[in-house]
Design a protein around this ligand. Structure first.
Ligand SMILES: O=C(O)[C@@H](COP(=O)(O)O)OP(=O)(O)O
Length: 418
């Protein structure tokens, strides 16, 4: 996939807005001799606000950096133009603690449009009249997934009819939507393991990161003062560039201007690396534990019941990435490490593409004569499962056989016991 526009839009990692990676086609998806029967989807909520700790860092640190930039006699230069200085001049932090992680205007639009396009792609599945037998919706215990679900159903049924859609009470640790939340072993051995932090720290010490810090400090003329911008400062500027790009389609964030594509690629790699080891291929348990979600999908698609025709779950980055790795998608031949940045330049594991806000994974069952097949879409684009590398539609039997270990041995209690 390719993203047009400013080069920085290609490298915003998991804060990339969905508009930059989605398949905007409204064309119906059809295969000769085949009829779509059911769809099962997981959807990451739309663009949100940052966490409370990020909001605090933005509010406490960025005004000082902005002021330093504005007081700097050496600017404008080849990177920071007058236009960027004007934007810095006008820039103020806009968020308070209360707005943490809330779905934004962009996030609402992402969900409305995703629903409209999915309905056009599969009109046989997404009726525009709601019925609780045809549709099963569920979201996690958060404002951003709840609102995402509400805007998605508004895109399907219209504002008034959306009010009558039924949603179950969200569960704190939903065993399907956020299976990892109860996996003690995963927390101990992966998410909270100090090794994860050490990998991130090691990349901070890499030649590429040190060079990035050096050039940003030189470019902004910070190197002339004792308090250089730290790695945390530069990451904060990068994240703010990402969020503000996601929130505002029209205007450029001043926080993007200090970076060229070269530095953005390095910062993007830092996040890809972290998420690879936290939510991806780094540890077998991380993706093995996605089996409840995978089985839920298979069971829905192979069930003899005609309804529900649509299952849509609104969830998080952690679920999408673990599901992708469970399926064997976007798998590189080598692990991402703190020392192989250069070698991994053409990696498949790029969170800017695979884990944007609004990321979604859909499985559609088709009846083709007497055969049952599955089509897989990621970001509304066809992806081929490793079970059928040569065709879009994969026989359900092939899928079941390829992923038999996941289907037959999905015991989270023993998998996650310490
Ligand atoms: O909730 C968050 O802070 C992150 C991580 O969630 P988990 O992976 O821990 O569920 O997900 P996001 O909401 O950005 O999709």
């Amino acid at each position: 996939c390719s993203i047009t526009g400013y080069p920085f839009e290609n490298h915003l990692s998991s804060e990339t807005p969905y508009r930059l990676v989605s398949n905007k086609s409204f064309y119906r998806i059809q295969y000769d001799g085949c009829t779509p029967k059911k769809i099962w989807m997981v959807i990451r909520h739309g663009t949100r606000n940052p966490s409370i700790s990020k909001i605090e860092q933005i509010n406490n640190r960025l005004p000082d950096i902005r002021d330093f930039i504005l007081e700097n006699d050496n600017l404008p230069n080849g990177f920071i133009k007058n236009r960027d200085l004007d934007l810095f001049q006008k820039w103020e932090p806009t968020l308070n603690a209360e707005s943490k992680k809330k779905l934004t205007r962009e996030g609402r639009e992402e969900m409305l449009l995703l629903a409209e396009r999915m309905q056009s792609k599969f009109p046989e599945l997404f009726d525009n009249i709601y019925s609780n037998t045809s549709f099963k919706f569920k979201y996690t215990h958060t404002q951003r997934t709840k609102k995402s679900a509400l805007y998605f159903v508004t895109g399907l049924f219209g504002k008034n009819n959306a009010k009558s859609v039924w949603f179950p009470e969200p569960l704190k640790n939903d065993p399907i939507l956020r299976f990892y939340k109860s996996c003690t072993k995963w927390y101990k051995e992966v998410k909270d393991d100090p090794k994860l932090k050490r990998i991130n720290k090691a990349f901070e010490q890499s030649a590429e990161m040190l060079k990035t810090l050096k050039v940003i400090n030189e470019r902004l003329n910070f190197s002339r003062v004792s308090s250089n911008l730290s790695a945390d400062d530069v990451f904060l500027m990068y994240k703010t560039c990402a969020y503000e790009t996601a929130w505002n389609k029209q205007s450029k964030s001043p926080w993007c201007s200090p970076f060229t594509e070269e530095e953005l690629k390095v910062l993007e790699y830092a996040e890809d690396l972290e998420l690879y080891w936290q939510d991806g291929y780094g540890h077998e348990l991380t993706y093995k534990q996605a089996c409840p979600a995978f089985s839920d999908m298979i069971n829905m698609l192979i069930s003899n019941e005609t309804y529900p025709k649509v299952t849509a779950y609104f969830t998080h980055s952690g679920t999408i990435l673990k599901m992708l790795a469970h399926l064997g998608l976007y798998k590189d031949s080598e692990n991402l490490t703190a020392t192989n940045y250069g070698k991994m330049a053409n990696r498949k594991w790029r969170t800017s593409f695979i884990d944007s806000f609004g990321s979604n994974l859909a499985f559609i069952s088709f009846k083709c004569n007497k055969n049952n097949k599955i089509l897989t879409l990621h970001q509304e684009k066809v992806v081929r499962l490793p079970s059928c590398p040569n065709s879009d539609l994969c026989d359900i039997k092939e899928v079941i056989s390829y992923y038999s270990e996941s289907i037959e041995h999905c015991d989270l209690t023993s998998m996650c016991a310490i």
